[in-house]
Every structure is written in C-alpha cells, then in structure tokens.
Design a protein around this ligand. Structure first.
Ligand code: PLP
Length: 229
C-alpha cells in the first residue's frame, strides 16, 4: 500500500472502532488498535507511526528484532504475537512491551528471568486454544487457572489477560459465540482474584464481533497494510 493509503486505513479503522464501541455499549477508547506488521516493510511501519499509530505486532522474532533495531524500542510499543522458541526469549524480553502468546510455564519462566530489571514488567496474555485443535498453539480452557497462577507469581511479568486466534467462522453470530467464551473465561479468572484488564481478540475478518464481546486489543494486519507479502 502507498503511504496515503496506510493513513487512510488507520483513520477508517479508528472511526469504525469508535462506532462499534458506541454500538455495543463499550466505553469510549476502551479498544486499542494493534497494527500487525508481520512481513510488511519498515517504511510501512514508519508511515503508520507518522499517522499516530503506537502499537505494532509481529509474529517472527528475527523480523521483530530487525524492525525494532531500525525503528527503536522507545518510539513505539512492540507486541509479540507469534509462537515462541526458547532461544528467542532473551531478545524478546529485552525488546518488547507485550507478549500475547504464552501457553507454557517454561517460556514464561525464561522471559521472567531474562527481562532486564531496569525495564517495567513485561505485559503478558495467555493464549487460549478455544477450538481444542491439537495442531494449534494455546492452552485449553481447563488449564488456564494454573498457568495464570504461575505467571502472577513472576515479578518481571505482569499478567494482563487472555488472547485467542479462533478458527475462521462463517458468520457474525458464530464469531460472537466464540469470543464470548474467552470473555467468560476471563470473567471467571477475575472472580478467582486475578486482576486482568485485557482481551486480545479480533482480526480483520472478525473484529466487530470481538469488540461486541469485550475485546480491548484488536490485532489488525490486512485491513491496515493490505495483503501480506
Ligand atoms: C497475522 C495475524 C493477525 C492479523 O490478521 P489479519 O487477518 O491480517 O488482520 C492477528 N493476530 C495474529 C496472531 C496474527 O498472526
């Protein structure tokens, strides 16, 4: 996409988020737009920054490292939203503000140990596999309390909430039903005493349904930057 297109898309997305917030009785500005920039050129990210975009999500550790080196760590908030290998935890713990894809204690422990103490605690979402597909990452619903408990006890991590990538659903009401399950899981954890404020759910094809069900971070790639390379 050209530079003007990126700005236009950001403006349109912001307007559509505000509209859905109103429509579904959500507090104004309670939904944050995370620009998913995986495979996109650094120039596109820089353009989005010029249009006021602050949060960027990447799936591949190496790609994130390169982009963060060029753009800087202080200028924007980097979110990691891909599967994490053990040998990437050090770099991630030193670079990002958020990790949305924690589904194993082992990775959480490494991030906690490696997070530099002069940085604020790393914001964490637990990735939940709602569809119980064996091939997908994420923990199943009946195991989240245990993982939430473990992460809460790690000083350099701050548990913020839950994240999910549901399998594509054909219609709006099916999308809402899926996202409602994540919202209810979060409400249950809050009732158990966990202080959570984040639901990371909704992408280009289903973000309206996600906002309707309480998303606080929507992760948008295609609608913002166009098709991926
Ligand atoms: C790629 C990706 C997105 C963005 O998807 P779009 O459909 O392009 O908006 C969001 N979340 C995750 C975890 C992704 O991998």
């Amino acid at each position: 996409m050209t530079a003007t297109h990126i700005c236009n898309q950001i403006t349109k997305l912001r307007e559509s988020i505000r509209q859905y917030e109103q429509q579904y009785g959500r507090t104004e500005n309670s939904v944050r737009l995370l620009a998913v920039s995986k495979t996109q050129a650094i120039e596109s990210i820089q353009e989005a920054i010029r249009c006021g975009q602050m949060d960027f999500g990447e799936n591949y550790a190496q790609e994130l490292a390169e982009k963060a080196r060029v753009i800087g760590q202080e200028v924007v908030h980097w979110h990691f939203i891909g599967p994490i290998q053990s040998n990437k935890t050090k770099m991630l713990s030193e670079t990002v503000n958020w990790v949305h894809t924690i589904d194993r204690i082992k990775i959480a422990k490494r991030l906690n140990e490696q997070r530099p103490t002069d940085l604020p605690p790393l914001n964490i979402c637990l990735q939940v596999n709602l569809d119980e597909e064996a091939s997908k990452s994420g923990i199943s619903l009946n195991k989240i309390s245990e993982l939430a408990e473990a992460v809460t006890n790690m000083d350099q991590l701050k548990l913020r909430g839950l994240m999910t990538i549901p399998k594509p659903q054909p219609d709006f009401s099916a999308q809402r039903k899926t996202f409602a399950r994540l919202r209810k899981a979060q409400e249950k954890l809050i009732a158990q005493g966990f202080a959570l404020d984040t639901l990371s759910m909704g992408m280009t094809a289903d973000y309206e349904a996600a906002i309707a069900e309480g998303a606080t971070i929507i992760r948008i790639g295609t609608a913002l930057f166009g098709a991926r390379r």
